[in-house]
Write a protein of this length. Structure first.
Length: 231
């Protein structure tokens, strides 16, 4: 098995009732931490049976945030922590652009404000979770279909998309059926495993083509115009 190295980058941290407020840009460190606690002592009875200590697990959302009390946008992580100190709110954390997402309920605690003069200052936080968080792990099932949208969706739900537009076109690891099978309309596309515009593609009625429908059509028009000008 090859080494898999996961990194925190281009992720999300949402707090509050769905869809929540995004605070990822303030975070330099985010993690979910389980703490295992043993209760009681091991006890042996006369017959030789042994009772082991019971183990419970508590969970917390921990991290480090750049202080932002000067924010005038109305969105401030420091402000949110002060205004919701002691309040239990929903959260959703996506560590990177992959499929892994952790959700649950977390009790907010007011963050430290201030620090050294004329330096970038941060606040560490440890917020307890209400119960065990709910993870969504990457699927091992490759997508067999794609439904048009902005962006569209891969099917079955939760399936892995092709890793790139080239692989989608080549049918690697398997062919993907478009829905609808007629040409997708302006702006519709699906996002492959490649991030950003290089990973977007659409169905033109006969084959998979790179870029959203509008961009591809515009490019084709530009090419036709260049050919006409050259003629």
């Amino acid at each position: 098995m090859a080494v898999v190295e996961s990194k925190l980058k281009t992720g999300k941290l949402l707090l509050g009732t769905a869809p929540g407020v995004e605070y990822a840009c303030q975070q330099t460190n985010v993690r979910i931490v389980p703490e295992h606690n043993e209760e009681g002592d091991e006890v042996e009875t006369l017959c030789g049976d042994v009772l082991t200590p019971s183990t419970t697990t508590s969970w917390s959302l921990q991290g480090t945030a750049i202080q932002d009390w000067d924010s005038t946008s109305g969105v401030s992580f420091i402000k949110y922590s002060w205004e919701n100190n002691g309040v239990t709110v929903p959260f959703s954390w996506q560590p990177n652009a992959g499929a892994t997402t952790i959700t649950g309920n977390v009790t907010v605690r007011a963050l430290e404000l201030g620090g050294d003069v004329n330096t970038r200052i941060t606040s560490d936080f440890t917020w307890p979770l209400a119960g065990e968080p709910t993870p969504v792990w990457p699927s091992t099932t490759p997508a067999t279909g794609a439904t048009a949208g902005v962006p569209g969706a891969w099917t079955p739900a939760g399936a892995n998309p092709p890793s790139s537009v080239a692989n989608l076109i080549a049918g690697t690891p398997n062919a993907v059926t478009a829905s609808p099978t007629t040409a997708w309309t302006t702006g519709q596309y699906v996002q492959t495993g490649t991030a950003g515009a290089p990973g977007q593609a659409h169905w033109d009625g006969t084959a998979w083509v790179a870029a959203p429908a509008l961009l591809a059509d515009d490019q084709g028009a530009d090419d036709d115009a260049d050919e006409y000008t050259s003629a």
